[in-house]
Design a protein around this ligand. Sequence first.
Ligand SMILES: C[S@@+](CC[C@H](N)C(=O)[O-])C[C@H]1O[C@@H](n2cnc3c(N)ncnc32)[C@H](O)[C@@H]1O
Length: 414
Amino acid sequence: MQSDRSSVVGSVERGRRLGVVGLFAGVGGLELGLAGAGHETRLLCEFDAGARAVLERRFAGVRLHRDVRDLAPKQIPEGTDVLVAGFPCQDLSQAGRTAGIGGARSSLVDQVFRLLRVRRVPWVLLENVPFMLHLERGRAMHHLVEELERLGYRWAYRVVDAMAFGVPQRRRRVFVLASQQEDPAGVLFADDAGPPEEPEWTGEEPVGFYWTEGNRGVGWVVNGVPTLKGGSGLGIPSPPAVLMPSQRVVLPCLRGAERLQGFPADWTKPAATVVGDRFRWRLVGNAVCVPAARWLGDRLASPGSFEPDRLGGEIGVGPWPNAACGGARSRRAITISEGPKRLKVKPLQSFLVGAKDLSARATAGFVQRADRAQTLGKLRFPPSFLKSLRTHLQRLTREGSEGRAAILAAAARA
Ligand SMILES: C[S@@+](CC[C@H](N)C(=O)[O-])C[C@H]1O[C@@H](n2cnc3c(N)ncnc32)[C@H](O)[C@@H]1O
């Protein structure tokens, strides 16, 4: 990977080239995708030392500000067309603390509105987890659209699944797009390839699941992995596991995880000297999946049209729908799928080079939880799933003492 600026700036064949400011830039998933569509990053803002090391290298030459809280409106470069902000999700995600939009981390989105009050940028793009549509009856969405409307923006949002763009990762995210002069619906709702086919698992396909869970759900994805997560603040990596048709259970390595997010392998390597490899998992898991951002970048360059028959009813109180649009006068639900495209999903195996076996201890723990949940009727698995996991465990037993110890321990607990 080249480290100069030209390595992240593509070219717009048709349409316009926009100047981008990236707040909460992380390792630059949104910005890399937008750059692929030809847009140019003019300023980045990111707090985390490891992520900053990545940005300094991958967006060399672009000014990098540390803390959004002391970014002055006048520091937003003249001619900025789009302000992007994948703001912290910890208070809004199911896995997080669910303090809501008023929580210490997620309320940082208010810094975006503080800047916009003084510096009206034509386009604003926000990104976060879909759980915010439901948490506290959608209070976060109310807050976001109220602020945007107060500033005179029209807005649209849509839940989009990264798998639609051909990466074998199920990653649903809400993209909120707002514009002062144009209709954001023409960007977000121009493409719809319909809902995905949910393939049946026959045992011949790899299946991804969260080995750390097993009590209530497992994040089951055939030919893919469930959402890569940021992991714990302690940097304990816990990527999802994959049961292969060979009945081996493996964990993707960091390079594979980077590619599952649409980055080139080793994208986050510059962070290794600052925070160590374990923390790179968090950087990767927090990122916006690059191909989804690329699609948005292409559509920002050349907006399409929006079919009015997609318009649904007025949004009332309660959880928000998966897509909607509005402005100061009305807020309407939109009927549209989570798949703007339906690109052929790349084989998961090709992302698993260098993958390691899920340990016997972890496998035994998962099997025990899943067995119990199944017995209690909380979960149902295809019959051969747990059998295959036991085969993996037995193989580890044959190959080493760790597996035997884990099986004996699991048997003793059962
Ligand atoms: C969800 S991640 C961003 C993902 C990123 N936008 C992308 O496109 O891949 C949120 C980021 O906000 C950063 N952040 C948190 N507090 C911040 C602050 N006060 N100033 C700047 N960045 C902050 C975090 O370090 C984290 O990297």
